[in-house]
Design a protein around this ligand. Structure first.
Ligand code: G
Ligand code: G
Ligand code: MN
Ligand code: NA
Length: 258
């Protein structure tokens, strides 16, 4: 109940923020895009991570309102980054909960993108198995509409679910995000690390055959990044490159480097 109270206060007082974590193109080393990660800036409790918040918000259906805020914050911040840096082709990837896939969503996306002057391919809609699991025809229709608009669909936490492979053929997937559990220890030549490496090679091969881009998540070391580049992963994301941060901080850093 305390979290519920915090959520309502946060909506009323604009405490939700979209922090940006870069996703790096492994062939150029350039930033290809950013994942927007929700944070709540509570005046007494500080910056809160989404873990507990999302769970409660999904139970009470208030996730729709939070999701709208994060979506707008993500697109607005991408527009801001674009105007300050000229990064005109970088994308923002936004996490969606199952309940957000309602029939007005595609039109809402069109309007938001239009309002901020962002082309549709620069929005990536990240979904997890929870969105696809029940094979709800309405959700499938909405995903197809979003894809037809030109937005891209990413399968998040790939490889950890029950029937991830079948989602690739049944839904319009453009990007596969390999879960961070496979990346951990991937630089070890033996044991779990070696097995994870083989799994990542296999997932990458299947994804590329299905014309999907492959992003590895949770890359924390140069050694892990090296292995992923050897394997031919397209993009990488993780603390090795940067933690999720406010766009103001990202802009300040870019300014300093000039
Ligand atoms: O950044 P981090 O550790 O705190 O995120 C924890 C989890 O919360 C991740 O699984 C992430 O996908 C999820 N998450 C982050 N932001 C959002 C959001 O805006 N909407 C939804 N539905 N999930 C999010
Ligand atoms: O579930 P999803 O993949 O959307 O969430 C990504 C989560 O991983 C976020 O909570 C984000 O803060 C976190 N994250 C991002 N990079 C790293 C990393 O290098 N290591 C770890 N342990 N977590 C990371
Ligand atoms: Mn994600
Ligand atoms: Na993930």
């Amino acid at each position: 109940a305390e979290i519920e109270h915090d959520i309502h206060e946060a909506l009323d007082n604009d405490w939700f923020e979209a922090h940006f974590q870069p996703i790096v193109d492994t062939s150029s080393g350039e930033v290809a895009g950013f994942e927007a990660l929700m944070r709540m800036r509570h005046p007494d409790k500080g910056l809160l991570s989404p873990a507990g918040i999302i769970e409660v918000a999904e139970e009470t259906a208030i996730i729709g309102r939070i999701g709208d805020r994060i979506l707008e914050a993500a697109i607005a911040n991408l527009a801001r980054l674009t105007s300050h840096t000229g990064m005109s082709d970088t994308y923002v990837a936004v996490n969606f909960s199952p309940m957000q896939f309602e029939s007005p969503l595609p039109l809402r996306l069109v309007r938001l993108l239009d309002r901020y002057g962002i082309l549709p391919h620069r929005l990536v809609v990240e979904i997890t198995e929870a969105v696809l699991m029940h094979d709800n025809p309405e959700i499938r229709t909405i995903l197809n509409e979003i894809h037809t608009l030109g937005c891209r669909i990413a399968l998040d936490d790939f490889g950890t679910g029950y029937s991830s492979l079948s989602y690739m053929s049944r839904f319009p997937v453009d990007i596969v995000k390999i879960d961070q559990s496979f990346v951990r220890s991937i630089e070890d030549g033996s044991g779990i690390g070696q097995k994870n490496r083989m799994l990542v090679e296999g997932i990458a091969a299947i994804s590329h055959k299905m014309n999907c881009l492959v992003v590895a998540e949770g890359v924390e070391t140069a050694a892990q990044y090296g292995v992923l580049r050897e394997i031919g992963i397209d993009c990488a994301q993780g603390y090795h490159f940067a933690r999720p941060r406010q766009v103001d901080d990202i802009l300040a850093e870019l300014q300093q480097r000039k």
